[in-house]
Design a protein around this ligand. Structure first.
Ligand SMILES: Cc1ncc(COP(=O)(O)O)c(C=O)c1O
Length: 384
C-alpha cells in the first residue's frame, strides 16, 4: 500500500547501533555534532510574550503570509543593506518546506535538480518526496572551496530544472564568489534554469570578505529563489517559520504560482507570523552569541590540531568545521573508534557525500568545554 518515494525501511548502520549501545550503557558521550541551537546554552531574549498577541485567536489566512510578517522580513534585510520588497516574499513553515514548494513549482516527477557535493544531506529526501531526481555537482577544495563548473555544466541535462546553491555551504562553510555567481547566472539564464539559493547560514560569516556573495536577493539574470528562516537566523527552529524571496525574470508568475501552492497548505501559524516583527530584531543577539561560540571553538580546534597528523580545512562561515584525518583508517572506522573507545561523537564526511576520505565534521555550536575535551581525545586517538 505504500509509495516507493523513499527507502522506508531504515536499516540501522554501525554508527547508529553503537550510539544506541552507548545510550543503553549510560556512557557519558561528548557530542561534537550538536547543531540544535536551543540546546547549546545560548541566552534568548524574551520571545514567548510576542506569541501571545490576541489577534492570533482569529483565523485570517494570507497564502503568501501576512503583510506585517513580510514587512518584518524586509526590515531585517534593510538593516543589513539589502533591499527586498515584501511583495516578493512567500512565507513557509521552514526552509525544508520551502524546498518542497520550489520543487513542486519548478519540476515535474522525474525532472532533475542539481545540488552541490559535499552538502546538506537532506536534499535526496526532499527531492524524493516530490518525485524529483537529484544530480550532484562537485565543489573542489584547494585551500578554499570552488564550484567545478565543467562538472556542473555537464550534469545539466534537458530534464534539469534548477540549480541549488547553499551559501555559505553546510558543512564546508564556503561562500559563493562574485565571479562564480556571474558564471552560474549566465549558465542558468542561457539554459532556462532557476537558481535556488539556501542562505540559512548567511548571518554567520567568520570574517568579513568583500569577495564573498552574501545573498542572491536583488537584480538577477535568472529566476532566483533565496531561502532563509528563523531556524538559523534567530536560532529558533521550533518556531517553524521560513521564507522564499523571489528575484529575476519571471518573478511575477513564480509568485502567483507559489501563492497557489502556499494556499493549498496554509502551513504557517498565525501566532508566529504576528510575532515575527518582534522576533527578527532579536536575531542579532543570537547571531552574536553563535559567532562568539564558533570563533572560540574554531580557534581552539586549530590550536589543538597544530602539529598533529590532522588538519582543519579552511572555513569561511556557518556552524561546522571539517577535520581531515589520516587515511590510515576508513572514515567510518575513525568515527566508530572515537565513539567506542573515547566516548566522542563526530560525523563522518560521507554523511555529506564527500568524494574522498577521510574527513570528520564537527559542530562549532558545541559547548566550548565539551568541544575542547572532545578534540583533545580525538588528537590522542589519532596520534596513537
Ligand atoms: C543548509 C541547510 N538548509 C536548510 C536547513 C533546514 O532548515 P529549516 O529548519 O528551516 O527547515 C538546514 C538545517 O540544518 C541546513 O543546514
Amino acid at each position: 500500500v505504500f509509495s516507493q518515494r523513499l527507502p522506508w525501511a531504515q536499516i540501522p548502520n554501525r554508527l547508529s547501533q553503537l550510539r544506541a549501545e552507548k545510550r543503553r550503557s549510560g556512557a557519558s558521550v561528548l557530542d561534537l555534532t550538536e547543531s540544535n541551537p536551543t540546546r547549546a546554552g545560548f541566552v534568548y531574549p524574551d520571545i514567548l510574550s510576542a506569541l501571545a498577541d490576541p489577534r492570533g485567536m482569529r483565523y485570517d489566512p494570507f497564502p503568501q503570509g501576512s503583510v506585517e510578517a513580510r514587512r518584518g522580513i524586509s526590515g531585517y534585510y534593510a538593516d543589513r543593506g539589502v533591499m527586498l520588497d515584501e511583495s516578493r516574499i512567500v512565507l513557509t513553515a521552514s526552509t525544508s518546506e520551502a524546498y518542497g514548494f520550489l520543487f513542486k513549482l519548478l519540476a515535474d516527477p522525474g525532472d532533475r535538480i542539481l545540488t552541490p557535493r559535499p552538502s546538506y544531506p537532506l536534499f535526496e529526501h526532499l527531492a524524493a518526496l516530490e518525485c524529483v531526481h537529484v544530480a550532484q555537482y562537485p565543489l573542489r577544495y584547494a585551500g578554499a572551496w570552488h564550484i567545478d563548473f565543467t562538472a556542473l555544466e555537464s550534469a545539466a541535462t534537458p530534464g534539469t530544472r534548477a540549480i541549488v546553491v547553499v551559501n555559505p555551504n553546510n558543512p564546508t562553510g564556503s561562500f559563493l564568489r562574485a565571479k562564480e555567481l556571474a558564471r552560474l547566472e549566465e549558465f542558468a539564464a542561457a539554459r532556462n534554469l532557476a537558481i535556488l539559493s539556501d542562505e540559512v547560514f548567511a548571518g554567520y560569516a567568520h570574517v568579513s570578505d568583500p569577495g564573498a556573495v552574501q545573498t542572491l536577493i536583488g537584480e538577477r539574470k535568472a529566476l532566483t529563489f533565496s531561502m532563509n528562516g528563523l531556524s538559523k537566523i534567530a536560532g529558533l527552529p521550533q518556531m517553524k517559520l521560513g521564507w522564499i524571496a523571489v528575484s529575476g525574470p519571471g518573478t511575477r508568475e513564480a509568485l502567483e504560482r507559489l501563492e497557489l501552492i502556499a494556499d493549498t497548505y496554509l502551513s504557517v501559524a498565525a501566532p508566529v507570523q504576528l510575532a515575527l516583527p518582534k522576533i527578527l530584531p532579536c536575531a542579532g543577539s543570537v547571531q552574536e552569541q553563535v559567532l562568539e561560540r564558533t570563533a572560540t571553538n574554531l580557534a581552539r580546534l586549530r590550536d589543538l590540531l597544530r602539529g598533529s597528523p590532522a588538519s582543519v580545512l579552511n572555513v569561511e562561515g556557518g556552524w561546522y568545521a571539517i577535520i581531515q584525518v589520516p587515511r590510515t583508517r576508513a572514515e567510518e572506522e575513525w568515527v566508530l573508534t572515537l565513539l567506542r573507545e573515547h566516548d566522542v561523537l563526530v560525523q563522518p564526511g560521507y554523511f555529506f557525500d564527500f568524494e574522498s576520505e577521510a574527513y570528520l565534521v564537527v559542530s562549532l555550536l558545541t559547548i566550548p568545554e565539551t568541544f575542547a575535551e572532545g578534540v583533545r581525545r580525538m588528537v590522542r586517538s589519532i596520534e596513537s
